[in-house]
Ligand binder design. Structure first.
Ligand SMILES: [Zn+2]
Length: 215
């Protein structure tokens, strides 16, 4: 186990070390006076940490950072490379996070391959759900197409329609934090007016000319 890894001359990565049938390598990148350190397993980053974090704790204070990183990686690999309870393959196993719990609920830990598989499955499931939802909406709109109200010669006609709408002038969106809904009037390039309800992204700084309704 000793001399598992050694830094290359530029100090940015180590040799590739074969362990229990997999290839491991450490790569580090300078980041805010610290390093972002990745452990790669067969070319895929499976663990990422920052040398400013607790994992590089004071108990290792007297050792140079170069050495500390190698110790840290060696310990993780020694502790965590084992048989994956899901697929039975040998690899670095990690706790099942919240996002994957639905797919991997029966396991407390899995290897990277199983984790990625579960993310793919979940994304696919979500895509199917979304498509179903869009299809339903399409059918509704086809049966009853939306009518565009507008083309008024006078702005006041558009304003009257907005006033009748039982919604606030401006309202925060329920899900999208930075978005607000606002009533407004669009002026088309033929000079006619349309009442509209805008969804505005307030994180984007643009110059909006607010027209007074009574102008
Ligand atoms: Zn697995």
């Amino acid at each position: 186990m000793k001399n598992f890894f050694e830094w290359s001359k530029d100090g940015e990565s180590t040799n590739i070390f074969r362990y229990k049938g997999n290839d491991y390598q450490i790569v580090r990148k300078s980041f805010d006076n610290n390093f972002r350190v990745d452990i790669f397993e067969n070319g895929v980053s499976v663990i990422c940490d920052n040398t400013g974090n607790k994992s590089f704790a004071p108990r290792m204070k007297d050792i140079p950072l170069d050495e500390k990183i190698l110790n840290w990686a060696r310990n993780i690999i020694k502790r965590r490379v084992r048989k994956c309870p899901k697929c039975g393959g040998i690899g670095l196993v990690k706790k099942v996070g919240k996002y994957a719990r639905e797919e991997l609920g029966d396991y407390s830990e899995v290897c990277e391959k199983c984790r990625i598989d579960s993310y793919r499955k979940k994304a696919e499931k979500e895509r199917v759900e979304r498509d179903k939802c869009h299809e339903q909406e399409r059918k509704i709109y086809e049966a009853k197409p939306p009518i565009i109200i507008g083309g008024f010669a006078e702005k006041i006609a558009a304003y009257k329609i907005l006033k009748e709408l039982d919604i606030p002038e401006v309202e925060k969106d329920g899900e999208l934090e930075e978005f607000v809904w606002a009533k407004g009037i669009l002026k088309a390039n033929d000079g006619s007016y349309y009442p509209v309800v805008f969804l505005i992204d307030t994180s984007v700084k643009i110059n909006v000319k607010i027209l007074n309704i009574s102008n």
